[in-house]
Design a protein around this ligand. Structure first.
Ligand code: SF4
Length: 326
């Protein structure tokens, strides 16, 4: 019977090469990738199509948000809990390995390539804490790491695996050439949790919201965000694309503002706000609109399901810039 393995597949060059190395040994590979509001499957989908492997895509938002509330190993430079995130992914991959009767899981990780998540200790911790430590193989660095169960059982030939280490990419580029892989994405990127602006917005959300959901996360991706009160935030669309995105995320209890007589942004107070907070949001709406800034302008408000028009002057640009979350 053929040996079957699950590739935790990011779509980066290393994950493609790891697949190729195992396919060279006749192992049947199925790709697995995860989505949350912070990262998607586009890169993995494109790469899986390129090297022709089946790809399973799992939305792990619920588990990921639960982990984000209290990551055991904390956050990296921004809001990226990479060690706990990798642990979770390996754990979920392990469960799928069990369900599908696969023999092991593997990743394209290279020892020492990333400062936080790919040290010898981190690789050991994430595999152990996933509950599937023995079944995790890293084909690109396997000969520098303890022998995994599939190697011990003869399902994988350790001698045909690699001993790559460090940040250099020369060997990987040569291998890509040998395998005819011409197109691949740059090594890092794609996760919003490593983005400084998104991370500050997310930190603000976690500090003030005990139980944020997917919609709260999606809102963080669009517009300018202003903290207008301890419990209220105004989100101001920067352009038509933002306005449309915000429009699509509106819920019944939000306060929604638009200019009555001039082109301007869509402004949202998620969950609604007090009269004073709505007034603050209206002043921001005027500030970022085409209305003259030296007179009152009419803002169309819908708050608590009630539409009305409010006349306000523009917010002060300096004061506004001090409240922006960036
Ligand atoms: S960069 Fe993002 S997706 Fe990757 S391990 Fe870190 S938190 Fe998870």
């Amino acid at each position: 019977m053929s040996v079957k393995a699950i590739s935790l597949f990011s779509g980066g060059l290393d994950s493609m090469l790891a697949v190729k190395l195992l396919q060279d040994q006749g192992i049947v590979v199925e790709g697995l990738t995860f989505t949350t509001p912070f990262f998607d499957a586009r890169k993995a989908e494109a790469a899986a199509a390129r090297i022709r492997i089946p790809l399973r895509i799992e939305d792990i938002t619920t588990e990921h948000l639960r982990m984000m509330k209290a990551p055991r190993y904390g956050f990296g430079k921004h809001m990226n809990p990479c060690i706990d995130c990798h642990t979770l992914m390996l754990h979920l991959a392990g469960r799928i390995m069990d369900e599908t009767a696969a023999d092991f899981i593997f990743t394209g990780e290279v020892l020492g390539q990333r400062p936080m998540s790919q040290t010898r200790q981190s690789l050991h911790i994430v595999a152990r804490n996933s509950g599937y430590g023995e079944y995790v193989l890293r084909p690109l660095s396997a000969r520098l790491l303890p022998e995994s169960r599939p190697e011990r059982e003869g399902k994988v030939d350790r001698q045909r695996l690699l001993a790559l280490q460090g940040r250099g990419r020369k060997t990987q580029m040569e291998m890509a050439g040998a395998y005819g892989i011409k197109h691949y994405p740059p090594p890092a990127g794609g996760c919003l949790l490593t983005d400084p602006i998104f991370s500050r917005r997310l930190k603000d959300l976690f500090e003030r919201h005990p139980d944020p959901d997917r919609r709260d996360m999606e809102l963080l991706k669009h517009g300018r965000h202003f903290r207008i009160a301890a419990a209220a935030k105004a989100i101001v669309g920067r352009n038509e694309k933002d306005n449309l995105a915000l429009q699509s995320l509106i819920r019944e209890n939000d306060a929604v503002l638009k200019m009555a007589d001039f082109p301007g942004p869509l402004v949202l107070i998620p969950g609604g706000g007090s009269e004073e907070e709505v007034r603050e949001a209206a002043r921001l709406c005027v500030l970022y609109s085409d209305a003259p800034k030296d007179a009152e302008a009419a803002v169309q408000v819908t708050s608590s399901g009630r539409p009305y028009v409010m006349a306000v002057r523009s917010a002060d640009p300096v004061e506004a810039s001090q409240r922006i979350l960036r």
